[in-house]
Write a protein of this length. Structure first.
Length: 641
């Protein structure tokens, strides 16, 4: 129910919102860094997209997992198979009956010329039969598409639901080693790609197979010689389609890559247009855009040109088949071996049998792409989850806020130990400042306290209870965080502050804003608390965003407070406001303050100095300055150079 908890419950969203740059005091530099962060976020998403022509590394294993997803729909799949087969078979019967009509008309013309009675009743019967056949085929096609759409959407719905639930169960270590673009790609692009494969490719494969088999049966029972001519065109069409498709894949991949580069460039330049104009870089940005656009044009044109060869080349092979069928068929007709109607049916069948071969070659690319996307989704679903053993302890009394670190050891990588045998005790209500150089392990202490990561060994106790034996929900309900990265969501200021406590009313939100020194600037906005924050809260200043996060933490009313570099990105005047707000929120609470600016923690009860994962000294500001140790050197480096 507090801000910190959103990183675990909504990691994707918090990762996006928390990806801002470390801004300096200079306004122009702040804008540039913010723009750069958004551009990099956009580029990472684009570059993380699955290549639509990527092949699966374990297609058989992925398909077996798909079979399990299809099990609840097996009866519907049977309906789809029957409907697809029915559609195809009825389509196949059409040319044969059209041939019968032509043959019957020929007989009646001969009867007319011979002076006999003309009777078209058989022709009418065949026409009625064709109407029935095509009507049934149309209905079967509708049933097939409707049923497949239902199955596809239900499966995709379940996949999205499973992926979303999985993300909330993944440890932060997964997000540390995975790019945001890669993760977003799996959630959006890969699932959409699987949806297209299920909806289109599978039914087309069924129809293609049934069509080829059905046409082969129909032509073989009519005439063997003409059948051989039809069959010879099959491998030729397949070879041409496969050969051309393989050559076009490289250009499609490059087209995808250049599209991502162009979108990233547009995102960066258009968002930073003020900065571009300020440094007179318009021509440079135009030149870079033109270069990317030119490469995109070349790759897109090549891909379309090469792919466009499939159908013309297939038509050449088909037309050659038509010529030979007509030539040999004419000879057979003259000799009385075969009728004109049969020749007409053969020409139609030769078209029917080569079309699915070409379609099948194109569909195989979509199938390979879909299976590759499915493999990426399944690999995400199989990632190791957070250890969610049932809690064995709970807070039965009011939390006092005593925190103990007992022989704590932790490392992000097994071969690089970070914190080794750390021991620390914080009494209830104390304000403890943790200082040290970059990489000393200050923020790691927060991550361990919040159980974002599990200890390698040792214990962290709150009021004597091991946090590893508490539920994460209960633990995080006792902790509140105000971080350097201001996590603000799209929504009103009221909603963003209210995020700190479920069910909070307007009066509570206003009171929290007053305590955080944010009420005054909120009232100056045209819509007040109903002001909608734009992307990443860009319509309010960095300091104002920080005050809103402090208000959110105050509303959550945590028993233990964590302030991590909360004033590092604001000007001196705003820093004074934030410090006053922090004094208000820290009153009576155990507080951890992590700061690079040593001036902000001089009044802390205890200052713990870290270096290379270990606490090297502790005490008040005056005591540490008298020791002239590591803290003394840090302080002098900031204020006495």
């Amino acid at each position: 129910s507090n801000t910190a908890e959103c990183r675990l419950k909504y990691p994707t969203r918090s990762l996006i919102r928390g990806s801002g740059a470390h801004l300096s005091k200079n306004v122009t530099t702040q804008k540039a860094a913010s723009v750069s962060a958004r551009a990099q976020k956009r580029l990472s998403v684009l570059k993380g997209k699955a290549n639509p022509f990527e092949n699966a590394t374990d297609a058989r294993g992925t398909l077996s997992k798909f079979v399990k997803l299809f099990k609840p729909h097996r009866w519907k799949l049977l309906i789809i198979a029957l409907a697809s087969a029915g559609t195809t078979l009825f389509t196949i019967f059409g040319p044969e009956n059209l041939g019968k009509i032509i043959t019957e008309i020929q007989h009646q013309i001969e009867n007319k010329l011979a002076g006999a009675t003309v009777d078209f009743s058989d022709v009418y019967k065949i026409i009625i039969m064709l109407i029935i056949i095509y009507t049934i085929s149309c209905v079967a096609t509708f049933v097939q598409q409707f049923t497949m759409a239902g199955i596809t959407q239900k499966m995709i719905y379940k996949l999205r639901k499973d992926v979303n639930a999985k993300i909330s169960r993944l440890p932060l270590s997964y997000f540390d080693r995975s790019s945001k673009g890669e993760l977003l790609s799996r959630i959006t692009n890969d699932i959409d790609n699987v949806s297209k494969m299920l909806q289109n490719a599978i039914t087309q494969v069924i129809i293609a197979v049934v069509t080829i088999l059905g046409v082969l049966i129909m032509i073989l029972k009519t005439d063997l010689t003409l059948s051989v001519i039809c069959i010879i065109t099959l491998p030729l069409c397949a070879f041409v389609a496969a050969f051309v498709a393989k050559r076009s894949q490289h250009y499609y991949s490059k087209q995808w890559e250049k599209t991502g580069e162009m979108n990233g460039h547009i995102e960066e330049i258009y968002t930073a247009h003020n900065l571009v104009k300020a440094f007179n870089r318009e021509q440079d940005s135009i030149r870079e855009f033109d270069e990317i656009n030119e490469e995109l044009l070349k790759s897109s044109r090549s891909a379309q040109y090469i792919t466009g060869l499939i159908w013309p080349l297939s038509d050449i092979i088909n037309n050659l088949g038509f010529v030979f069928i007509c030539l040999i068929g004419a000879l057979f007709t003259i000799s009385g071996k075969i009728g004109i109607g049969a020749i007409t049916a053969f020409i139609t069948y030769s078209k029917l049998i080569t079309h699915p071969v070409t379609t099948f070659s194109n569909v195989m690319n979509q199938l390979q792409s879909g299976v590759a996307s499915a493999e990426r989704i399944f690999s995400l679903l199989e990632e190791e989850e957070i250890d969610n053993r049932p809690p064995t302890q709970t807070f039965t009394e009011s939390i006092r806020g005593r925190v103990e670190f007992k022989d704590v050891c932790f490392s992000y990588s097994p071969d690089k130990p970070l914190i080794e045998h750390m021991n620390l005790t914080i009494e209830p209500g104390q304000t403890v400042a943790i200082v040290g150089p970059t990489g000393a392990g200050k923020t790691t202490i927060v991550n361990l306290l919040m159980r974002f990561y599990e200890l390698d060994s040792g214990q962290i106790l709150i009021d004597g209870k091991d946090i590893s034996e508490l539920s994460r929900e209960e633990l995080r309900n006792t902790l509140g965080m105000v971080l350097q990265d201001t996590w603000l969501f799209n929504g009103t200021i009221k909603e963003n502050i209210g995020y700190g406590k479920i069910g909070s009313d307007t009066a509570d939100i206003v009171e929290a804003a007053k305590s955080a020194r944010a009420h005054r600037f909120i009232k100056t906005l045209s819509e007040g608390y109903n002001t909608v924050l734009e992307e990443e809260g860009s319509n309010v200043s960095q300091g104002q965003r920080q005050l809103l996060t402090i208000a959110r933490a105050i509303l959550a009313d945590p028993k233990i407070l964590i302030l991590d570099e909360a004033t590092s990105s604001v000007d001196t005047r705003t820093e004074v406001l934030i410090q006053k707000a922090m004094i208000s929120i820290m009153d009576g609470r155990t507080s951890f303050v992590i700061a690079h600016r040593l001036s902000t923690i001089r009044d802390a009860d205890v200052i713990m100095v870290m270096n290379k994962g270990n606490f090297v000294e502790s005490g008040s500001h005056e005591e540490l300055m008298k020791k002239k140790g590591f803290y003394y050197d840090l302080y002098r480096s900031q204020f006495m150079n």
